[in-house]
Ligand binder design. Sequence first.
Ligand code: UGA
Length: 354
Amino acid sequence: MNFQFNDSSITVAIVGCGGFVGSHLLDAILARTQWRVFGVDLDFYRIQHRLNDERCEFMVADLADRSVVERIAKYPVVVNLAAICTPSRYMAEAPEVIRSNYDHPASLADACAKSGSWLIHFSTSEVYGRTSADSGLLVEDETSLSFGPVKASRWSYATAKLLTERYIAGLKNLKWTVVRPFNFVGPYMDFMPGVDGSGIPRVLANFSSALVRGEPLKLVNGGVARRSFTSVFDAIDFMFALFEAGLAGNASGNTTFSQAFNVGNPDNEITIAELACKMRKIFAEIKGVSIDSIPEPELVSGVEYYGEGYDDSMRRLPSVEKAERLLGFRAKTPIDVVLRESLEWFVKHYGASS
Ligand code: UGA
């Protein structure tokens, strides 16, 4: 273990500590290091088991509060995971989505630039925009970014995220790293509609909910869009590779800083229709029933399902060369393993709530 992980004087601030990725990051930091954690969120249900941990301090707050922002920026490492990142909200709540994904992170970046903290900001693979079906590898420092028209309000989120990246990159005194997640999946992802959330969660949670309820999976616009699904546990390993490299030296000349990294798994690329097919099969195996007893998927139009202004990226294939070259990291969990562990968790966690 790198000596930095044994350094109990380090406190990491995690904004969005109670969320899907934040809760896994918190568990991993407590298990793999001697660090302390200052966690900020509005909802702590995923991390109940940590609330009394003596190495943690938690605050119920968000970045709309200036005094909270100043407090967070006092810690040497700040990870910002807070965001509204559910596509079904990008159309109906565009102003809130933009505030949460631009105004708040920009003020945190200002505070970190002043205090000298290392800001690790979670952006999104959606900054690559309205990619076509024949778009190739998305490369952090090469691929052009282009969005749909303003009427297609789905892009409210991605434009706010991109503006934040540009803002961060423009701040002279900020020590920063941007992470672009490519469809992280795993236990505790999103919610089950009507049980612990409302609206439409992202595809893995939505398909899992439908399977548990015995309802048909909905394939938006034919299910031909492709995604590269990444295990959240691989994503956490990426964070440790990043911490290790970032804490290894000082800012000047450290290749970890002033970089955006794709974090994804190009080996796990599938269409959403193929995802539905795999999930039906795995679910039937988990339940010990015939696949014929699982309803066939149904086709729906995006606008009908999500509302006016919905649009989509047809392909999101990450180049992972940069993370491999600079951090020695590559995601390794195959799609079937990721889907099985996610679905097994979902069935166990929500099986009785359907
Ligand atoms: C979302 C967020 O907007 C991104 O910021 C985030 O980075 C990304 O998730 C992620 O998890 O990394 P997206 O991939 O479009 O982006 O989110 P999903 O809602 O999971 O949709 C994936 C695809 O499945 C889309 O083509 C969508 O139309 C389709 N879909 C979704 C269905 O066919 N059926 C469903 O029930 C849900």
